[in-house]
Design a protein around this ligand. Sequence first.
Ligand code: C2E
Ligand code: MG
Ligand code: MG
Ligand code: MG
Length: 278
Amino acid sequence: YAKAAGRNNYQFYAEPMNAAAARHFELETHLRGALQREEFVLFYQPIVGTQDGRVQGLEVLLRWRHPEQGLVAPDDFIPILEENGLIVPVGEWVIRRACEQSMAWQRAGLPALPLAVNLSARQFVHRGLMQAIRTIVDDTGIDPGLLEFEITETALMQHGGQTLETLGQIYSMGIRLSIDDFGTGYSSLAYLKRFPVRKIKIDRAFVRDLETSSEDQAIVAAVMALAGSLQMAVVAEGVENEAQLALLRRAGCEFAQGYLFARPVDAEAIPALLQKPD
Ligand code: C2E
Ligand code: MG
Ligand code: MG
Ligand code: MG
């Protein structure tokens, strides 16, 4: 009996694992040529002011148009790119493409909006990062003040001294920095103070149940107090309804991002979105 149960358990757990492993392998194989085949595409999601709902910036979000599977979400392929190191060239492509797009929008007469680009830990510690950024800024002619890099709390805390140096170099180019997914990792408050970071993005895990969870309300209040004393701006992620927005506003949160305002859209949809009356 024990043996039979053991076998059942084995089958129960092993089969989904094998399916996941097979998918991982399949994606990995295809990802290797995805950049050359031009299968990556950038989506953009507005970041708005909580008081007036006006668009204050756009977050750049990577998508992969898989030839058979259609649009693949970043959570399914970015961990693979980080694992095999391809995040470095792909991440550089993201920065370049976003800068080119910003310049195209400006030439078309759209307001010059700040663009927030996600940077993974692996990119962040890569030796060639600063040179790549300088080359992209030179080639595209973008005002570095329009660029912002989002780095997760965990990535920031990983590499002490070198991180501080890279952050300083980015900051001295006039590029802004923000801490992504704030509250999900472990930040040292002493470190936060030393980083030239002016913005915190509250993870959507704390926004989701904001209406009903007094714990989440307390966390948001604590983040607002911390940000206030460190003179950092705060963006709330994943705002999906008016009740959440009202609570965030009341807590003093100045910026928000979420399906309530707009989903991430492709570049062609942005001009209409900016002209939409609020
Ligand atoms: P993130 O940087 O925290 O980006 C916000 C994520 O929340 C996006 O998921 C966005 O589509 C989603 N989101 C926005 N508003 C709402 C909402 O109201 N409700 C819900 N449920 N979700 C919302 P997405 O685009 O799937 O990206 C997932 C993560 O992948 C990003 O999280 C970021 O960590 C990573 N990522 C995306 N693009 C890049 C990139 O170019 N480079 C790197 N290194 N990472 C990227
Ligand atoms: Mg982000
Ligand atoms: Mg985030
Ligand atoms: Mg995230």
